[in-house]
Write a protein that binds this ligand. Structure first.
Ligand code: TNX
Length: 531
């Protein structure tokens, strides 16, 4: 053995030994994000071994799929090849058991109870979604290296005790703008993997904008043939075929994430206007647009063909999307006369309802007569959001000053914009949706969503750098109880989470505000030179 190999072997051996000597901290001191509602510790640890199995209760294919998801997450690093089997009643020692067995009202649709003893990891929930959320907790209770894709040294121990956990808000979302720059199916799937790891349950896809139309509409094929061929900066753009979109929807559904498709109308519509001259009031198609201005394009609210178009698009989207919502945009329609805007939104709302969906729109839609089951997404104008509340609508909280992850972290951030604010991690975390805007209380709020606009974002690495770790904080705001939340406590937990971000290969922003617990020179990947 060379000196170098000996040195490596020595440190690996010490590493393994020190793992053995360092059982996990007790369950109340575990570094879990989002913070669970309650945790109590008990004596001892559970050790996952190659003899362990994952058992799911009964013959439910859905539960087996969740069990298999957990197996797929822990098999690569452990090398154990754990199997998933169905059972009736709790299995014997050394196993993981997932059951939808209880009627435990406080747990709701996504909550779970996770009880870990020396003998068993026992998860119960009212619904399969709760088991899926619990699986994310189990991942975080295992050492960081569980997230690696090659075999790592054990042991694989979990602290014992009980976690009871459920979300503060039923809607915890992220938005990805695939209109300004197009991102392919694999990028979207990674995005879904990452948000679902933090128990988020909504991905809003901003599918159309002035610069590109990204979803195949069979009855209007030129939308993608022509309107999908551009993007900011003049790149080649792209679009999802309906088959690809269904694949994304299924991938998301398997992770208990609902896809919300947005067709931004009546403004932000140049790509469609460029594809079909008839959609223009003057009957002339503009050229494709690759800049970043907003507010210059509009559908022609007084032409019948506009509503035939919206009806066809919403019908096809509704067929592709099992979730309850279709988002019709409605923001920054500066080129639409106010009276036309009101007519347009009212008609779009009828169309969305006729296709069996609830309408979501940006806060400006409250200038129309919105129905109580319509949802307004607050991004900038408190008066508009309050007008939506006054009409009985619920609000999705996406204040630009807090949740827009295209905003720079500080003046030195190369990517992004700064029109709303610089948003450092503390500002992103230290606010409460229920008290942010006077007159909009928790009872009016469906949940929180953080949008990523992509005028300046062109690669998955850049997405990760802007989104992480701000998104980790939004996930906690959405899930964990507001009482007791504090930046000083959270920043330590986030710092201790560094190894996991690295193991997940997330290319995140290493804010100086956070006491990162790994070596300061071993950050999340290699930032592209551009930032
Ligand atoms: C405002 S937010 C927009 C987007 C831009 C974003 C850039 C909203 C509803 N509209 O069209 O991409 O600012 O930060």
């Amino acid at each position: 053995m060379s000196t170098r190999n000996f040195t490596v072997a020595f440190f690996v051996a010490v590493g393994v030994l020190s793992c053995k000597k360092n059982p996990p901290a007790d369950l109340t001191k575990q570094n879990i994000i989002p913070n669970p509602v309650s945790a109590t510790a008990s004596e001892g640890v559970f050790e996952l071994t190659k003899g362990s199995s994952i058992y799911t209760e009964g013959e439910s294919a859905e539960l087996k799929q969740i069990g298999q998801y957990l197996a797929d997450k822990i098999n690569p690093a452990t090398g154990f090849g754990l199997m998933v089997s169905s059972t009736r009643g709790a299995p014997g020692r050394g196993n993981i058991y997932l059951a939808v067995s209880t009627t435990d009202a406080p747990l709701g649709d996504e909550g779970y109870e996770l009880t870990i003893s020396r003998d068993l990891v026992n998860v119960t929930a009212n619904k399969p979604a709760g088991l899926f959320r619990a699986v994310q907790t189990i991942r975080q209770l295992l050492p960081d290296r569980i997230e690696r894709s090659s075999v790592q040294p054990g042991p694989w121990e979990l602290a014992s005790g009980t976690i009871r956990d459920y979300p503060n808000y039923s809607f915890r979302g992220a938005m990805l703008d695939v209109g300004r720059h197009f991102f392919g199916v694999e990028d979207v799937k990674r995005f879904i993997d990452l948000i679902s790891f933090y128990k988020m349950n909504v991905l809003h896809l901003h599918l159309t904008d002035d610069q590109g139309w990204r979803i195949e509409i069979k009855s209007w094929p030129n939308l993608t043939a022509h309107g999908g061929s551009s993007e900011v900066g003049g790149g080649k753009g792209g679009f999802y075929t309906q088959e690809q979109f269904k694949d994304i929807v299924k991938y998301a559904a398997d992770r208990y994430v609902t896809i919300i498709p947005e067709i931004d109308t009546p403004g932000h519509i140049n790509a469609a206007l460029a594809s079909y001259p008839d959609l223009n009031c003057n009957g002339k198609a503009p050229v494709l647009y690759t800049g970043t201005q907003v507010g210059f394009s509009t559908l022609c609210a007084r032409k019948d063909i506009t509503y035939k178009f919206v009806d066809d698009v919403v019908r096809e989207l509704a067929e592709l999307t099992p979730g309850p919502y279709v988002h019709i945009g409605g923001d920054e329609s500066h080129a639409t006369k106010k009276e036309d805007y009101i007519v347009y939104v009212n008609k779009a709302q009828e169309i969305v309802h006729a296709h069996g969906k609830q309408m979501i729109g940006w806060d400006e839609i409250s200038q129309s007569t919105i129905k109580p089951n319509t949802i307004a997404q607050f991004w900038s104008n408190v008066a508009f959001a309050k007008a939506a509340v006054a009409q009985g609508a619920k609000i999705i909280m996406s204040p630009a000053k807090k949740t827009y992850v295209d905003m720079k972290y500080d003046s030195t951030t190369k990517l992004g914009q700064a029109w709303a604010a610089y948003i450092e991690l503390e500002g992103a975390y230290s606010w409460d949706p229920a008290t942010y805007a006077e007159g909009i209380g928790k009872e009016n709020i469906l949940g929180i969503e953080s949008p990523l606009w992509t005028e300046t974002i062109t690669t998955m690495d850049e997405i990760e750098y802007m989104v992480f770790p701000r998104m980790v904080g939004y996930a906690e705001i959405g899930w964990s109880p507001a009482a007791g939340r504090s930046w000083d406590e959270y920043k330590v937990r986030l710092g201790n989470h560094a190894g996991r971000l690295k193991a997940l290969d997330i290319d995140y922003y290493r804010s100086k505000l956070v006491p990162w617990a790994d070596r300061s020179d071993s950050g999340g990947g290699n930032p592209p030179a551009s930032r």
